[in-house]
Design a protein around this ligand. Structure first.
Ligand SMILES: Cc1ncc(C[n+]2csc(CCOP(=O)(O)OP(=O)(O)O)c2C)c(N)n1
Ligand SMILES: [Mg+2]
Length: 411
């Protein structure tokens, strides 16, 4: 199946779901081209699927300066991030398959979206992730082994959010959008916005998926952020699926166009193009820090793997679709670009691969050595003060487990 055929297939799936009428005004490009298409002229791109640098055009021009100012060293940092993050993710997947983790939500295919956004953040900024943001965690400096604890069931998170300004993973879809807006409103209230001091002005970036945009929390957060002019960037990774629900069952107007309705700009970016995601994220964060309010970024990408290790995507999507997106692989694209521009040589690429294997081995070892928690630990730190209900549940739970003890065993 060719790219066009798949796009056509998506368009025909959309027919009947949406019929533009003249009263609605001009038909937006997302409806003309279909959302399952990277032909949408409103999408910011700098590098094509083979790594060729694209000409400046009307859509990418506002971000071109940021890309032009990037050095070879910047490109090498981003490439290293992409490769290491993919390797860490693959290790997470393998550890689950070997029974070491209960679950793993893979980011396979979304590395460029996350690394571009992650590298655009400054130290004083704060990121609020969902559960798949391993690439952002990496850019924030969270040790990768710490990501595994919750998925192994030995802790409730595994890192101190304030050490890296990276909040704990949030499984409840869309919830973190509200946390992010609230935190951003706090930044404004503290006066850490619009001072012109690059070390003081801060912004927040909130991550969710395409499915998350249907949640009440998401919509409430955007309303509040808009009216409060909060320094918050909403970064939607549209990987085209919310488990088995495709985009066309989720929305008629795509997320980037909906931003306007909340009262701030929305930008569509090629989520597999790391230069574009970096430039668009940097621009939005700069605006937020300087007091120009929120932006919604929709990074159009693809989840090449399953939703999680508990999912079987062959039940709801075609393998042809996956094949097409393999061609748009962010690492292949970045490597092509770097080779063409002379930013790195084979020796560099080999060294990164070797480093990736070393990190994976470290992650695996750390995972296997994680101590099991004591039974009552899950009841600790629910509230800062003693709470009679939690205490009663704790006692009941311990008594229940003591019932399994063999005679002579310690309960
Ligand atoms: C409030 C809530 N409803 C339902 C779920 C079950 N659930 C887990 S992941 C998911 C789909 C999320 O899709 P999307 O936002 O596109 O993120 P992706 O997993 O594709 O990155 C759902 C419905 C949940 N975790 N929280
Ligand atoms: Mg999704």
């Amino acid at each position: 199946m060719s790219d066009n055929e798949v796009a056509g297939h998506a368009r025909s799936r959309m027919e009947g779901a949406f019929q533009p009428s003249p009263e609605m005004g001009p038909t937006p490009p997302s409806q003309i081209y279909g959302h399952f298409s990277d032909e949408n002229p409103e999408m910011v791109q700098f590098v094509d699927a083979d790594g060729n640098r694209l000409e400046t055009n009307e859509t990418n021009a506002p971000y071109a300066k940021i890309v032009e100012e990037m050095t070879s060293e910047d490109a090498r940092i981003i490439y290293r991030d992409l490769v290491l993050v993919r390797r860490i993710d693959a290790e997470g997947f393998a550890l689950q398959r070997q029974g070491e983790l209960g679950l793993w939500p893979s980011l396979f295919g979304q590395e460029a979206a996350q690394v571009g956004a992650g590298r655009a953040l400054r130290e004083q900024d704060y990121a609020f992730p969902g559960y798949r943001e391993h690439g952002v965690a990496w850019c924030r400096g969270v040790p990768p082994e710490n990501l595994l604890g919750m998925f192994r069931g030995v802790n409730h998170g595994g890192w101190d959010s304030n050490e890296n300004n990276f909040h704990l993973y949030t499984i409840v879809i869309g919830n973190q959008m509200l946390h992010a807006t609230g935190y951003a409103m706090g930044i404004a209230a503290d006066g850490d916005m619009g001072t012109g001091d690059p070390d003081r002005d801060a912004a927040v970036m909130a991550f969710t998926g395409d499915g998350g945009t249907s949640q009440g929390d998401f919509n409430e957060a955007l309303v509040f952020a808009a009216v409060a002019n909060a320094p918050c960037v909403f970064f939607v990774q549209n990987n085209q699926w919310a488990i088995s629900e495709p985009n066309e069952k989720q929305f008629i107007i795509p997320p980037y166009q909906r931003a306007r309705g909340f009262g701030f700009p929305g930008v569509l970016v090629d989520g597999n193009d790391p230069l574009a995601t970096y430039a668009v994220a940097k621009d939005a964060l700069d605006k937020a820090r300087s007091g120009q309010g929120p932006t919604l970024i929709e990074a159009y990408t693809y989840r090449m793997g399953a939703h999680t290790t508990s999912d079987d995507p062959s039940k709801y999507r075609s393998s042809a679709e996956v094949e097409i997106w393999k061609e748009k692989d962010p690492i292949k694209r970045m490597r092509g670009f770097m080779t063409e521009r002379g930013h790195a040589d084979e020796e560099f690429f080999d060294a990164i691969d070797a480093e990736a294997d070393e990190i994976a081995a470290r992650v695996r070892k750390a995972c296997q050595e994680m101590p099991d928690p004591e039974l009552p630990t899950m009841f600790d730190q629910q509230y800062t003060e003693h709470h009679p209900l939690v205490e009663a549940e704790r006692e009941e739970f311990l008594a229940y487990h003591a019932g399994f003890a063999e005679e002579g065993d310690q309960a």
